[in-house]
Design a protein. Structure first.
Length: 462
């Protein structure tokens, strides 16, 4: 069990986490024709939009209730109701999520009541799903905001089995897949390929690989998301063969879905590394009743060969990792599998599953904490988001960019980390960082007899 060291300072010197409203917006963006609306000031929404645009390099649909000084004091209920109505009239989305911010939470907003009032006053918009979520940014992180929003979407949009008449296993090929914030659009594409090789039809909830995968569309402009999980799919989740859950942060969402549908769940902390991927493949083979395809068997052997090739560089490598809980656990397992040593593990907020990670100590803190611990323990490599680049430079070590946001590289959002192929490439990336940053080679020896004589030496010879 890990020893959890809680915060011992009153501020974040070099923040690691992104806020809960950003996580809630990210979960919303994985649904087709969706629009997240942040209940707060325009600055709150603009800040979140900058994060998304720099990370995905795509136009991001995001709205604000535009709270000002007066509404912050006197109440902003009208802002929420009018905001929902305006979006519904102009864009006619399939889903609107109302996500609170620190400002509205401090003001005492009750967005769930606001949604009920909107429904009573506007029955014409019954076809527009509206989900309210409490996501204050003074607590939690992008991971917890993502998980809370997905939980509320399931609560609102997935019908109870008795009411809807659904039955587990009716759709014999369908598998519900609840995906954590740690999975990139590239990861989801890779997972879809794996499921389909077992003749299974995965329904990702949500599906960022279909909405934020960097694909040009025929439309010049769309005020809502293009692609993602269709809202109509939510009514079919109770007919699925099984539910695969990737990420411990989605435990509450998975429990709620199982209660509403009766569909059995299979929970995986992540799909990084050989053992974790083996567990997923074995589960899919059982669910499908098929043997493991030869193509996947070959990818496994390729990963084993890569592990042999890179263990000289990664074995006993001293690594500092800063990430949200699910991603932190994934890298800890992967690095331990390769014989590396985690000398600094820092995460944004305390979650129940941290104590079960196979590491002695985890610090709840920021990037300054990682820098201090990493320097004291002589870290040789850093893993973190783009905010950690300066930290790695001060430590004079290379960095593997992972997490959110990634704003100083192109295509980071599309990188594949999971499965045999994703893990293989990650090991290559880590080993190349170590090789390219190493300065321990024996210096080239230059004989004094092979040097060209200086002018003075030449004169003395005559």
């Amino acid at each position: 069990m890990a020893d959890i060291l809680k915060r011992n300072k009153a501020l974040s010197v070099n923040p690691l986490k992104a806020s809960q409203p950003i996580g809630g917006s990210l979960a919303t963006l994985g649904f087709n024709r969706a629009m997240p609306m942040l209940h707060g000031s325009q600055g709150c929404t603009a800040f979140a939009k900058v994060f998304f645009v720099r990370h995905f390099r795509e136009p991001i649909p995001l709205q604000s209730t535009a709270m000002d000084q007066a509404s912050s004091v006197l109440g902003a209920d009208e802002n929420v109701i009018v905001g929902i109505k305006t979006i519904a009239e102009k864009s006619r989305p399939a889903l609107i999520t109302i996500l609170t911010t620190g400002l509205s939470e401090t003001q005492g907003a009750d967005v769930h009541r606001n949604v009920r009032e909107f429904r009573e006053a506007n029955p014409d918009f019954a076809d527009v799903a509206v989900v309210a979520v409490n996501t204050p940014d003074f607590t939690g992180s992008v991971e917890t905001g993502y998980a809370a929003t997905l939980t509320e979407i399931i609560r609102s949009l997935v019908p109870d089995a008795k009411e809807a008449g659904t039955r587990p296993g009716r759709r014999r090929k369908q598998v519900n897949v609840l995906v954590s914030y740690l999975l990139t659009p590239g990861d989801l594409e890779a997972l879809r390929d794996i499921f389909e090789q077992f003749q299974l039809r995965p329904v990702f909830v949500p599906d960022l690989s279909d909405s934020l995968d960097g694909c040009l569309t025929d439309e010049d402009f769309s005020p809502v998301t293009i692609g993602g999980t269709a809202i109509s799919e939510m009514a079919t989740l109770g007919d699925a063969l099984a539910t695969v859950v990737i990420g411990h942060s989605l435990a509450k969402a998975a429990e709620l879905l199982a209660q509403k549908t009766g569909v059995p769940s299979y929970v995986f902390a992540h799909v990084y590394g050989l053992k974790a991927t083996d567990d997923l493949i074995a589960t899919l083979a059982t669910l499908s009743g098929q043997s493991v395809p030869e193509r996947i068997e070959r990818q496994r052997r390729q990963l084993q060969d890569a592990m042999l090739d890179t263990h000289f560089m990664l074995g006993q490598l001293r690594v500092a990792v800063a990430a949200d809980a699910d991603l932190l656990g994934a890298f800890i397992d992967l690095l331990h599998e390769m014989g590396a040593e985690i000398v600094a593990a820092v995460t944004s907020c305390n979650t129940p599953t941290l104590v079960d990670l196979p590491i002695d100590c985890i610090k709840i803190g920021d990037l300054e904490d990682m820098e201090i611990i990493g320097k004291a323990n002589k870290a040789q490599l850093v893993i973190g988001n783009s905010h950690a680049v300066d930290t790695a430079e001060r430590l004079s070590v290379p960095i593997l960019r992972a997490g959110f946001p990634l704003y100083d590289i192109i295509g980071g959002y599309q990188k594949t980390w999971v499965g045999y192929r994703g893990t293989r490439q990650t090991l290559f990336d880590l080993a190349n960082l170590v090789i390219n940053h190493s300065h321990e080679e024996i210096p080239v020896y230059h004989s004094i007899y092979g040097q060209k004589p200086s002018n003075e030496q030449a004169k003395s010879c005559h």
